[in-house]
Design a protein around this ligand. Structure first.
Ligand code: TYD
Ligand code: MG
Length: 449
């Protein structure tokens, strides 16, 4: 018989302690320790098998064709080309963002058995959603169950190609004393599912909720167990949703998928640039269009800045969709290298449409939109602004410049501001006038005069 005792585990990184800690000494997060029952009985070592089988790598067959296409291109692309049999995908996101809808829709076109395991909703509720999504498949099965042993037995019985677990926080292993949703349960359930998926070659989509801190419960804990972590994001009062891969053993992590939530489910957005620019005002100070690369796709985005005088000692810097520290650096560069006095002003920066950008190629657009709002001068709305800004105020070259310019051209932009370092070897059409620039000062003079 194993005995159990209490331990404290950090829900962020899994660090264990015998005492409760306010701050995790491993990952520095605050208030993440929860009390967990830990089995102390040692597991028996498994018997050494008599016959061990090796395979030559050249004899193992595995091809890209093995992937199961869901038919939703935005979803397949984020996964790296479809679901890999035997892989486990963690689909995370805020409650109500549309995870169940996405998982259900993604499996709807697969011509094989699908098992939807629900621990949150009743079979009737699942049926109502499936009618709303107009799912017609005859091989779509539903199981309302939360004990993992039962679930695995049902899976083995049915042998589906894809299993959806909605959600991991409601599942538990009967042999553990912890309640569902605790770190131990979530971790143990995920490991067992992973083992089963690998052994029996089916794919599992595990749905996981995000905690208050904006993280999937135990993200670091589960991240190294599963093969792929995808995050469904968006503002609940916007209809756009973005699917992003955070970890992917079978593909790249910088692809995104864009969706729109409608009455009858999620719809793919094939041309995100149009969507993100759709609500643009004609000519407003502080608005600048840039061309960013998400994965392999160029997307045009509107950067909006609002600069107001600050009456207090500490001016505010608030960003949505852009890194706040990066903004502080860019403001310092603006002040020091281009003589734009922002140190005593509040700066509010927004990437319109709910996108989140990380690439440095949008730096120049951020600087110009801030300067444009401060000086109250509009930037011509037919111009896209592309470039990374260095600490010396120099404009640095960026990757994929041709793709970025082509996307702008496709959407009818007539002028582009591009780093001088990108000029060499650049093939241009004559539909768009490209100006090569070297430093921030020069761009401000060019666009805000
Ligand atoms: P849901 O998939 O249940 O979210 P999650 O599993 O992430 O908690 O979807 C939640 C929201 O989506 C809900 O507020 C209603 C809305 N919705 C639609 O707008 N259209 C639809 O067709 C469906 C199924 C849901
Ligand atoms: Mg749900």
């Amino acid at each position: 018989m194993s005995k159990s005792k209490v331990k404290y585990i950090c829900s962020n990184c899994g660090y264990e302690s015998v005492r409760w800690l306010g701050k995790c000494s491993e990952c520095d997060s605050w208030n993440t320790f929860t009390e967990e029952l830990v089995e102390t009985g040692r597991r028996k070592p498994s018997k050494v098998p008599q016959k061990v089988t090796f395979h030559k790598i050249s004899e193992i067959t595995a091809t890209e064709e093995d992937r199961i296409k869901t038919g939703i291109t935005e979803f397949d692309r984020v996964l790296g080309g479809g679901l890999m049999p035997g892989s486990v995908i963690l689909l995370g996101g805020d409650p109500g963002i549309g995870k169940s809808t996405l998982a259900m829709q993604a499996a709807a076109n697969i011509k094989d058995k699908i098992l939807y395991v629900t621990g949150e909703e009743s079979e009737k509720q699942i049926k109502l959603r499936s009618s709303r999504l107009k799912i017609k498949s005859d091989e779509y099965y539903v199981l309302a169950e939360t004990e993992l042993g039962q679930i695995i037995a049902s899976i083995n019985n049915l042998s589906p190609a894809v299993v959806i677990i909605d959600s991991i926080q409601t599942m538990y292993r009967g042999e553990l004393e912890n309640s569902p949703g605790t770190i131990t349960q979530v971790r143990e359930c995920t490991s067992l599912l992973m083992e089963e998926a690998k052994k029996n070659h089916y794919s599992i989509i595990i749905i996981g909720h995000v905690t208050k801190e904006g993280m999937i419960a135990g993200p670091k804990l589960l991240e190294h167990i599963v093969d792929t972590v995808i995050q469904f994001e968006g503002e609940s009062n916007h209809s756009f949703r973005i699917l992003r891969a955070q970890k992917n053993r079978f593909g790249s992590t910088n692809e995104i998928g864009v969706f729109e939530m409608r009455e009858d489910g999620l719809r793919e957005v094939k041309n995100p640039s149009e969507l993100f620019l759709s609500e643009r005002e004609k000519q407003t100070p502080g608005s600048v269009i840039t061309s960013s690369i998400e994965g392999t796709r160029p997307i045009l985005l509107e950067v909006q800045a609002l600069v107001t005088p600050s009456n207090y000692g500490y001016p505010q810097r608030v960003t949505t969709g852009f890194d706040q520290r990066r903004l502080s650096i860019l403001l310092a560069v603006l002040e020091k290298r281009a003589n734009i006095r922002v140190s005593a002003a509040n700066v509010f920066l927004n990437i319109a449409g709910g996108m989140r950008v990380q690439e440095p190629a949008v730096d120049l657009a951020v600087c110009i939109s801030t300067a444009s709002s401060l000086l109250d001068k509009v930037v011509d709305n037919q111009t896209v602004v592309i470039g990374e800004v260095g600490l010396g105020g120099e404009i640095r070259s960026v990757g994929n410049i041709e793709k970025r310019i082509q996307e702008a051209e496709k959407l009818g932009f007539t002028k582009a501001i591009v780093p001088a370092g990108n000029e060499k070897g650049l093939k241009l059409s004559n539909k768009i006038k490209v100006t090569f620039v070297e430093n921030l000062h020069q761009v401000i003079k060019l666009l805000l005069n």
